[in-house]
Design a protein around this ligand. Structure first.
Ligand code: PSU
Ligand code: MN
Length: 302
């Protein structure tokens, strides 16, 4: 697959300067307009402020791009009909010449191909509740089991079955560490109610684990750095529980399935929490982007 790597990103990679990959599904399908474009730009600025180069990833007119300019970001945020692309969709999108936003799985794949090792997002996809009926498990998990990348996230989206997702990550052999916590974060919530086995406390420690992954030469799996949203910025847990129950109910009532499930639930939460879920989501992503830039810097220092 021919990647279009922006000049700035290419130069940073070649000079071993810190680079942070950013996904585009959160822009195109995870956040409402016009906030989504502001957020996309703000996240890039946050990466730069920490001394790293942002590489937002998307497919435009059938070409996978690593590093977007402002005009290209605008297309991802505002173009109607922009698709949602998991990694399995990439060859189809390329051959059809369409444009699409990349999920965690597609972003991680393209970032790794381009030589970008650190990636920031909001919350990973995972095992959905009702999995026994729908078999809905995000392709994020399988891809992270075979891609050497460090993903900084606020855990997995709380709309999911969190313990089942943690179990799948264990089965798939994906390393998971809490950042500054021994609790697995809950995306909109600082604590999902489940523990993590490992805690890392500095970007240097994370970089040390990444180096150990390479030295051990095991399967090409990812490292998940689970960074909680600060407690004072989390969504009120009671509100979260109540609205999420309604959202899951509405999803079923309306017969939403497949790729549409996650955007539907995220949007439902935004609308029924008066935007409070959006604030918590943004706080989580901001924190993750900053931490990812620091990890990329520690990694680049070697
Ligand atoms: N995190 C967010 N907002 C999002 C997503 C993650 O804060 O919109 C996206 C990611 O791109 C993730 C995708 O890969 O949701 C998972 O979708 P699915 O459950 O259909 O695999
Ligand atoms: Mn799914």
């Amino acid at each position: 697959m021919v990647l279009v790597v922006s000049e700035e990103v290419r130069e940073a990679i070649d000079a071993r300067r810190p680079v942070v990959a950013l996904e585009s599904t959160i822009i195109a399908h995870g956040l409402p307009r016009p906030r989504n474009l502001q957020v996309a730009l703000e996240l890039e600025t946050a990466v730069r402020r920490e001394g790293a180069v942002p590489a937002t990833i998307a497919v435009l007119d059938g070409r996978p791009h690593v590093g977007l300019d402002k005009e290209q970001l605008e297309r991802v945020a505002n173009e109607d009909g922009i698709r949602k692309l998991g990694h399995r969709d990439l060859p189809l999108a390329v051959a059809s010449g369409v444009s699409g936003a990349t999920t965690v799985s597609a972003t991680a794949l393209l970032a790794a191909r381009a030589g970008v090792r650190v990636f920031a997002t909001g919350g990973l996809g995972g095992v959905h509740r009702e999995w026994t009926v729908t078999q809905d498990e995000s392709a994020d998990l399988g891809l992270l089991a075979r891609t050497r990348i460090t993903v900084v996230c606020a855990g997995v989206k709380s709309i999911l079955d969190v313990p089942a997702t943690l179990q799948r990550l264990e089965t798939l052999g994906v390393a998971v560490a809490g950042y500054g916590t021994d609790r697995f974060p809950g995306f909109y919530l600082s604590d999902s109610g489940h523990p993590v086995d490992w805690t890392l406390r500095t970007p240097e420690q994370v970089a040390g684990v990444m180096r150990a992954q390479d030295t051990l030469d095991g399967p090409e799996s990812a490292l998940i750095v689970a960074n909680p949203v600060p407690e004072e910025e989390q969504l009120d847990p009671e509100l979260h529980a109540r609205v999420l129950a309604d959202a899951l109910h509405a999803c079923e009532e309306e017969g939403i399935t497949g790729q549409a499930v996650t955007p539907f639930l995220l949007d439902y939460l935004v609308r029924h929490t008066d935007g409070a879920s959006l604030s918590a989501n943004l706080a989580a992503v901001r924190g993750n982007v900053r931490l990812a830039a620091r990890i990329a810097a520690a990694w680049a220092r070697g």
